[in-house]
Design a protein. Structure first.
Length: 94
């Protein structure tokens, strides 16, 4: 799925999770609308799904506070113990 595939009104997180595959919802509202995708916390805009990717000497989770403060509505993080991707959405229980 490319960012261009997301309509201007957004796409439910659940639909994105299905498209990516191998992702389970850890908490939050699966119907929250995602309007953009980003793996760079400096480029997160309101409504974004932030991919917290590990690389080099940094862990993606180091950038969660910045992504949330700039408007991310959902996070996709790697669970090292389960070796699975977990989505966390704002909304119910998040």
């Amino acid at each position: 799925m490319r960012p261009a595939d997301i309509s201007p009104s957004g796409m439910p997180l659940a639909a994105l999770m299905l498209a990516v595959g191998g992702v389970r919802l850890a908490q939050g509202d699966p119907e929250i609308l995602v309007s953009s995708l980003s793996s760079d916390s400096r480029r997160v805009t309101p409504g974004a799904l932030f991919f917290a990717l590990n690389g080099g000497s940094r862990r993606g989770t180091d950038f969660l506070p910045q992504a949330l403060s700039t408007g991310a509505v959902a996070l996709l993080v790697q669970d090292d113990e389960e070796e699975a991707a977990l989505a966390v959405a704002r909304g119910t229980g998040a």
